[in-house]
Design a protein around this ligand. Sequence first.
Ligand code: GUN
Length: 311
Amino acid sequence: MTAKILDGESLATKIREEVANQAAKLRAQGIIPGLGTILVGDDPPSARYVAMKHADCAEVGIESIHEHLPADITQGDLMSAVERFNSDTRVHAYLVQLPLPASLDEEEVLLSVDPAKDVDGLHPVNLGLLVMGHPRVLPCTPAGILELLSANGIDLAGRHVVVVGRGLTIGRPLALLAALKRPGCNAAVTVVHTGVPDMAEHVRRADIVIAAAGHAGLVTRDMVKPGAVVVGAGTSWEGRKLLSDVDEAVGEVAGWITPRIGGVGPMTRAMLLRNAISAAMHSSATNPDAMYSDAMYSDAMYPAIVDSKAT
Ligand code: GUN
């Protein structure tokens, strides 16, 4: 391994400290920040992810409010759970852990989350604001990746970023974010996916490769330009072992690389906390004037993507 390591764990620790300070300030004002989670079924990786989110919340002083629903729940009962969280004043922000069992309509669920409580940034209103160039709450993994690159002095401006994967939670919003006319962004972005037969040809031309396909070992050493930055964001599981989309040997040619453990994962979780505390700070109960304003997306919250004048 010759590549330098993009250490998400230590950056996430700093972000958790910032969030803990913000949570303490809210608590001093009598506001207990609350993150809701809805888990449907017993998929072990999903259950592990949700448990980690609760542990993170406990560490930083955010209350977690959890609903664990059976895998055979009806769409109607799931929608009732969503409505309960929409109206529960303890819940400033929440998420429905994805993927849902195949019998359920994921899109209907995402559409029904109150956009002001959408900690994932996946409601069409929030995705639409990102498309318009005025994001309010950013999807956690894309935001975490940009923070991690920025903290290591890697500027995307004018560089060729190849995103592998077009999924809703990572690839698609990340491509939009990286191309925004904003400091820290301004990249030339290519998105490759299962519909692109010569994927490797595109990846070879990348200055920065972001693998977000959820296909273990998809990006191999021969596909990477020497010195390129390689971020493994997509994951899959072999039993309890977390696998990366990036083959280990890529570390021999890349300039920078995320580790399989302690790279993007902790950053995603840190951004979730940041979005949750931001929602609590800007909820109508806390601060009615700040609702739907740019305040929720400030340089204080997202230093990597400064919410200043476009460049
Ligand atoms: N499952 C995998 N990634 C995500 C995510 O970003 N949000 C939610 N809600 N579920 C996920």
